[in-house]
Ligand binder design. Structure first.
Ligand code: C2E
Ligand code: MG
Ligand code: MG
Length: 287
């Protein structure tokens, strides 16, 4: 714990720490079993182009349904997976599964659809990660241009130089890089300039109170203006109502994800959503 807090520190032992680490350990044991028993699933949330009124992509999101504990949020088990190193095999499974799934949707006629996969810092800093991505693309038969990888500001900052090298080689494969949860981390403009980023994803915490909160309106418009002048594409996550949608449309945003359009759903549901449209891949979701 002391090391986590930046080393060179002493931390007093507390009873809560013990309870906390016991809970972590239980979760870790369960997570190992979940991997062996194939209890992890991927859900997909549509990304909507609000100018063309169509679904242009999906984001893969992990789901874990424990037989007795029910659904466990990724916000709870991803940190456990990261601390235990399990995130590496899990992350590899996520990428292979999402790419294979996308290929199936392409084969079903929705050949313009893209997929976004969330990365964790352990993956990005692992030697040979770019080779793994190349292999996952090769095995699934996908063009890298149909894929996006999402990183966070803090992940990139852990080792900026190696992050730049890895991201550059991913871009050479056509893969787009998105900066997820933008605005919640260090939001370093210097890093934003140095990293080969294509997309900025505005965190849903800035979206919730739009357009009622003047502060959030300012923050969101500032991020959008900055991204636009840096020629970065913007995706807004967590859009839940029409007022928010209208605000972002007025701001010139093209891409939106959120419950207003769809929650993350199983792959079979995505196919139904896509197939229920008259033209392949288009959807008139704007209310
Ligand atoms: P994220 O990548 O920022 O994903 C967006 C989160 O917002 C998802 O939560 C999604 O279900 C939720 N969301 C989408 N639309 C709305 C909305 O309109 N309103 C609200 N309130 N929420 C919305 P989820 O699925 O619980 O995932 C939480 C986080 O866990 C993700 O945040 C991501 O950081 C992490 N995660 C999920 N899957 C993976 C994975 O495969 N690998 C890694 N490394 N992390 C993952
Ligand atoms: Mg994400
Ligand atoms: Mg996010």
């Amino acid at each position: 714990r002391a090391k986590e807090l930046g080393r060179n520190k002493a931390v007093y032992y507390t009873a809560e720490m013990n309870a906390g680490s016991r809970k972590q350990l239980a979760l870790e044991t369960n997570l190992r079993k979940a991997i062996e028993r194939n209890q992890l699933r991927l859900f997909y949330q549509p990304k909507v182009d609000i100018n063309r009124n169509m679904i242009v992509g999906v984001e893969a999101l992990l789901r874990w349904k424990h037989p007795t504990m029910g659904f466990i949020s990724p916000l709870d088990f991803i940190p456990v997976a990261e601390n235990s190193g399990l995130i590496v095999p899990i992350g590899e499974w996520v990428m292979k599964t999402a790419f294979t799934q996308l290929k199936q949707w392409h084969n079903a006629g929705f050949s313009e659809l893209t997929v976004a996969v969330n990365l964790s810092s352990a993956q990005l800093s692992r030697p040979g990660f770019e080779d793994f991505v190349a292999e996952a693309l090769g095995v699934s038969g996908l063009d890298g241009r149909m894929t996006e990888l999402e990183i966070t500001e803090n992940m990139a900052m852990e080792n900026i130089d190696s992050a730049i090298t890895v991201l550059e080689s991913l871009k050479c494969m056509g893969v787009s890089i998105a900066m997820d949860d933008f605005g919640t981390g260090y939001s370093s403009l210097n890093y934003l300039r140095r990293l080969p980023i294509d997309i900025v994803k505005i965190d849903k915490s800035f979206v919730r109170e739009i357009p009622d909160s003047a502060e959030d309106v300012s923050i969101a418009s500032t991020i959008i203006a900055m991204a636009q002048s840096l020629k970065l594409s913007v995706i807004v996550e967590g859009v839940e109502n029409v007022r928010q949608l209208n605000f972002f449309r007025q701001q010139g945003v093209n891409f939106v994800q959120g419950y207003l359009f769809s929650k993350p759903v199983p792959a079979s549901e995505i196919l139904k959503i896509l197939e229920s449209q008259t033209i392949a891949g288009t959807v008139n979701l704007v209310k």
